[in-house]
Design a protein around this ligand. Structure first.
Ligand code: ADP
Ligand code: MG
Length: 702
């Protein structure tokens, strides 16, 4: 059979392109139009992209394991004779099969199966299965293992090599993917572009490294790959990190090359804002105010991230920048990740701006049509404006007549793609971008994720704050906690009681919060207990928050919706129920809601025993430190960068092999290498970006 099939569009064989890495993947054998479309969903357009579609992990199917030695949670390949099959109809149909390899019986369960499959499983025949072992009631079992059946054991040999497991999409199997990559590898052997030496990078040449990663042959290769220390892996990790640095640098220089509005009023705006503040700014705030004011006066857009722990006073920085735009006769927007937080910003900023005679506009999804239309009209009109809202502000229907600045609160939910989209909101001039994050990111990770941004750090809390004391208590001591709450409220203090997510459902979450509020009202009958959760109407939520802020309610039961930014200085106790369910970043954010006033504050982390090791380590971290950066570092160690940044951001980093945390030490030399490459090898730089980041246009067209 030939290696390629004819184009489906009816082109004559003569028009068939000679296959190379630059050919569209659809010309490969086994990749018709339907498959090609699915490949596109994975970012694979050309044959070359297949080469850089790397295994997520490997499965070791090189040896049959004996049933007697199986351990729960391990992946294993097992060969046995089918000794029993039956179909049970309990709540749903289940096909159960038992195989025996002479050392014991292994149960298999299938919930999805058809008649042909069932008939194929004949008692006395042999079955080779691969799957994760679980401890069943009657010995080891596997649920939906992969399997092969034959009438003799000889027909079911183990694999000779490690089995690479690729990221897939529906409609493409591992086998299909392996077949396609096999063809790409054959073409790679003769590709000149791929064979180019990469100056400054040592290790095996790219084509050799790729071959090992996709098709490990020797036992030595297998061992090193499984331990993640193969020279081929190390080489490709460095290539990927370099490509990422190059891409981010290119993105930055493109964004920076656009003209921006010079906000010459920026310096005066800082002084003007300070004249209405009831406090004086910390040294760290002053420094960051000066940094942003300098940026805003340049003729190219500011791209700045302001990092500061919860309560460090980032809002002041945002306010000064917004005012600078307004006083320059232009428009500025501040967006927050939740409506609750946007409303709070509106309240706070309305106080400061109100004193200066400015009324900010508000824009959110759940607004009345007419109200919304009025705001849109004002933004489209040729007049200065400050608008505060959720990300709805940057939706397509919103047109600004002269947007000069976008402030984004909580950067970890805002990625590169959105930063690029933002640029287009400003018309001929690109808006300045100020991004604020209360998720302290360890430097090691920041240098990868924010390689395209300048970073300012507010590393000082406003004076007069007493550090929060944290205690970790088992649910069995709930009564004690209630007693303490009663005493504290009697003394005029206020308390948050946070219910954590039980299911991935806002609805159930809301129900749980309602039940908790009811229970607490019963247990603490003298207190006024408020309640906020994600399913409440915006106005109700607002009323509840306001009542708490005004001291009308003493105890506020809330879901994790209050996680970011909510500010009630008189609240000095934070109780988090089932704290073992939350990650460190979230716990830190929640704890940041207290300790904002002068009085001593407490955070009570309630847990339901028994607790796993990681949960225990998390709560111990919370108990022992309030330093956001230390907590972030620990979080990264316990969970990996993906979770810390949230899924969207990981998608944006889009790393295939590299792990910015594990590989942190590799990054600094690659940063200077990237600078050199952009000057000395610009074409090679583009090629490397295309290989690793995929669509080079993503950076190039900015
Ligand atoms: P962040 O957004 O960084 O978590 P905020 O901007 O919400 O913090 O500020 C937290 C609280 O501290 C607010 O009530 C704010 O008014 C107050 N604040 C900010 N800066 C200062 C300061 N320099 N001195 C005293 N209070 C401050
Ligand atoms: Mg904030």
């Amino acid at each position: 059979m030939t290696e390629f099939r004819r184009s489906r569009s009816g082109a004559s064989p003569a028009a068939r392109p000679a296959l190379s890495l630059d050919t569209e993947a659809t010309f490969l054998k086994g990749a018709g139009p339907a498959v090609a479309q699915r490949l596109r969903g994975l970012g694979i357009l050309r044959v070359r992209d297949l080469l850089f579609h790397l295994p997520l992990r490997y499965e070791d199917r090189r040896k049959h394991q004996s049933v007697a030695r199986l351990r729960p949670d391990e992946d294993a390949l097992v060969l046995g004779r089918i000794v029993a099959t039956d179909v049970r109809i309990a709540r749903r149909r289940v096909l159960r099969v038992v195989i025996d390899d002479g050392t014991g019986g292994l149960s298999l369960r299938f919930f999805h199966f058809n008649e042909a499959q069932r008939k194929n499983l004949i008692e006395g025949h042999w079955m080779q299965v691969f799957g994760t072992v679980r401890a069943g009631t009657a010995g080891p079992e596997m649920v939906h293992p992969q399997y092969r059946v034959a009438d003799s054991a000889e027909a079911l040999q183990p694999e000779r090599d490690l089995t690479p497991i690729y990221p897939l999409t529906t409609g493409i199997t591992q086998q299909r993917m392996r077949g396609l990559i096999e063809q790409a590898l054959r073409l790679a052997a003769t590709d000149a572009e791929l064979a180019q030496a990469l100056p400054g990078l040592d290790g095996p040449p790219t084509p050799d490294a790729l071959k090992v990663i996709h098709r490990p042959h020797s036992d030595e290769d297998a061992r090193q790959l499984l331990e993640q220390r193969h020279p081929a892996q190390r080489r490709l990790v460095r290539e990927e990190l370099l490509a990422h640095q190059l891409g981010m640098r290119l993105l930055r220089s493109r964004l920076k090359s656009h003209p921006a509005h010079r906000l010459l009023a920026a310096g005066d705006a800082v002084a003007e804002l300070q004249s209405v503040l009831t406090f004086s700014c910390t040294g760290a705030q002053q420094r960051v105010l000066a940094e942003t004011a300098a940026d805003l006066q340049r003729e190219h857009p500011m791209l700045r991230l302001v990092q500061g722990d919860v309560g460090s006073g980032k809002t002041v920085i945002a306010a000064a920048a917004l005012l600078a735009a307004y006083r320059s006769g232009l428009q500025a927007a501040l967006v927050a990740p939740t409506e609750l937080l946007a409303e709070q910003h509106l309240r706070n900023l309305s106080q400061w701006f109100g004193a200066l005679g400015i009324t900010p506009l508000f824009l959110a999804n759940r607004m009345k049509k007419a109200e919304r239309a009025a705001v849109l009209a004002q933004l489209a009109a040729d007049q200065p404006a400050i608008v505060i809202g959720t990300h709805a502000v940057f939706q397509e229907q919103v047109t600004f007549s002269r947007l000069a600045l976008a402030v984004v609160d909580e950067q970890h939910r805002f990625g590169v793609q959105q930063r690029i989209a933002l640029r287009d909101k400003g018309g001929t001039r690109a808006p300045h971008q100020l991004i604020m994050s209360a998720t302290p990111i360890p430097r090691t990770l920041a240098q990868t994720v924010y390689a395209d941004l300048d970073v300012s750090v507010i590393d000082e809390l406003p004076p007069g704050r007493t550090p929060v004391v944290t205690v970790v208590l088992s649910n069995e001591r709930r009564d004690e906690v209630l007693r303490r709450i009663g005493e504290a409220c009697a003394a005029g203090r206020q308390v948050y009681w946070v219910c954590t997510l039980i299911e991935e459902s806002e609805e159930l979450d809301a129900e749980a919060a309602e039940a908790t509020a009811a229970r607490l009202r019963n247990e603490l009958p003298t207190l006024h207990v408020g309640l906020v959760h994600g399913r409440m109407k915006s106005a109700d939520k607002d009323a509840q928050m306001r009542a708490f802020k005004d001291g009308i309610s003493q105890l506020l039961v809330a879901t994790t919706v209050i996680e970011v930014g909510v500010d009630v200085p008189n609240a000095s106790i934070m109780v988090i129920e089932n704290a073992e369910r939350l990650g460190l970043a979230q716990l830190h954010q929640l704890r940041g809601r207290v300790g904002r006033g002068a009085q001593a504050s407490q955070c009570v982390l309630l847990y339901q025993p028994p607790m796993g090791d990681i949960a225990r380590a998390r709560l111990e971290t919370m108990r022992s430190t309030t330093d956001g950066f230390a907590i972030a570092q620990r979080d990264l160690e316990l969970r990996g960068p993906g979770e810390l940044l949230g899924r969207r951001q990981t998608g944006d980093i889009g790393m295939k092999l590299a792990d910015p945390m594990r590989d942190a030490a590799l990054i600094p030399p690659l940063q200077s290498l990237a600078d050199r490459w952009l000057i000395e090898h610009p074409a090679l730089a583009r090629a490397l970006i295309a290989r690793w980041v995929g669509d080079p246009e993503r950076y190039a067209q900015v």
